[in-house]
Design a binder for this molecule. Structure first.
Ligand code: PHE
Length: 355
């Protein structure tokens, strides 16, 4: 038997009895490794006399190819076996009981933001957003609140650096500035978002939510503001005969400015929004000050409009009878299970009370 024949038959013997991929690897090394039997034959080619070398080399190459093909198909065979073994072990037991499953709830603040957005979108307001970390310029100066202005102290600002140039926004009004600086009038936006003031008790949290509104166009006046808020408040509280009053007030960025109260009464210890002899303040508003328009390069001779700002958490508390604001931000699952909403709850007023 020639060398090549004996290599071949020893290979055939060994590959038959292989049981694993590890053994296959060992066999591969035995024949094709650095000192493998086939490798050695190749190294030995130089020692064969020239007349026999060509024929021998051709047989050697054929043998090499044959063995390699066998190694490849053995690998596939072993791998299939391995997978089938695994599948046998890892059968799924469909009789096992399911794991306990708990549905999440939508937080009242998120729910109220959705409700408010859909109410305002019906009268053409788009939703805009801005960052929580703001410049002192956008939060105060551009909003016509110069340095030393008492409004800056009223806001109990969290400053983020010594020079008081960067801060956590104290209201959503800086998004008015961002929107007007980056676009062209008309503007008709609402801005829900987080706001921050250094304040904490049963009705104040250092982080709370506001909703800003801004409508700037050529012929916008205070009656549009009144009509808009009247529509919103009635839709939101789902009360047709809701009493609302405007009280003169002051904000540096609006002139004239007003605060809006809604009527309510207490019935069996609970607040009932609508008619009644008591008043509850719910928002600040006014006609955008010409200085603000000037700061954002909007021509105040051509364009004017109104802005308003309200506390979203407060609205949620009033509508859904929640009396401690701090619970909103404690992430207590039991609280959320009680006061939260199911994901597919369409706000009941979605179809519009006033139509
Ligand atoms: N930014 C005011 C506040 O936080 C509210 C407001 C907004 C008033 C827009 C008028 C116009 O108190």
């Amino acid at each position: 038997m020639s060398d090549l024949d004996s290599i071949n038959s020893s290979f055939e013997q060994k590959i038959k009895s292989l049981k694993s991929k590890e053994e296959l690897q060992i066999l591969k090394t035995e024949f094709f490794g650095k000192n493998g039997q086939i490798t050695k034959q190749f190294k030995n080619l130089g020692n064969i006399t020239a007349d026999k070398r060509k024929e021998f080399a051709s047989s050697l190459n054929k043998l090499k190819d044959r063995l390699n093909t066998q190694l490849d198909s053995k690998f596939i065979e072993l791998e299939t076996l391995e997978i089938n073994e695994k599948l046998k072990d890892q059968k799924i037991d469909i009789t096992l009981p399911v794991r306990p499953f708990q549905n999440g709830k939508i937080h009242p603040v998120s729910q109220v933001i959705d409700e408010i957005s859909s109410i305002f979108s019906e009268i053409g307001f788009a939703v805009a957003e801005g960052p929580d970390v703001e410049t002192e310029y956008n939060n105060f100066t551009a909003l016509n609140t110069p340095e030393d202005h008492p409004a800056r102290d009223m806001h109990d600002t969290f400053y983020l650096e010594e020079n008081k140039k960067i801060l956590l926004r104290t209201h959503t009004s800086p998004v008015q500035i961002r929107t007007m600086m980056n676009g062209k009038p008309p503007f008709k936006i609402i801005v829900p978002g987080r706001t921050y003031r250094c304040d904490s008790d049963q009705t104040h949290a250092p982080m709370f939510h506001q909703l800003e509104g801004l409508h700037i166009d050529k012929n916008i006046n205070m009656s549009h503001l009144k009509g808009c808020l009247d529509y919103f408040i009635k839709e939101f509280f789902e009360v047709k005969n809701l009493k609302m009053r405007f009280r003169p007030s002051h904000f540096p960025f609006t002139e004239p400015s007003a605060e809006v109260d809604i009527g309510y009464r207490i019935e069996k210890g609970r607040i009932v929004i609508g008619e009644g002899d008591k008043w509850l303040e719910i928002l600040g508003c006014g006609m955008v000050h010409p200085n603000v328009l000037r700061n954002v390069k909007v021509d105040s001779n051509k364009y004017q409009g109104f802005a308003f700002g309200m506390g979203i958490d407060r609205l949620a508390m009033l509508k859904y009878g929640i009396n401690d604001l701090r619970a909103f931000f404690e992430s207590d699952f039991r609280w959320l299970s009680h006061f939260g909403f199911d994901p597919l709850d369409v706000p009941t007023n979605y179809r519009g009370l006033s139509k």
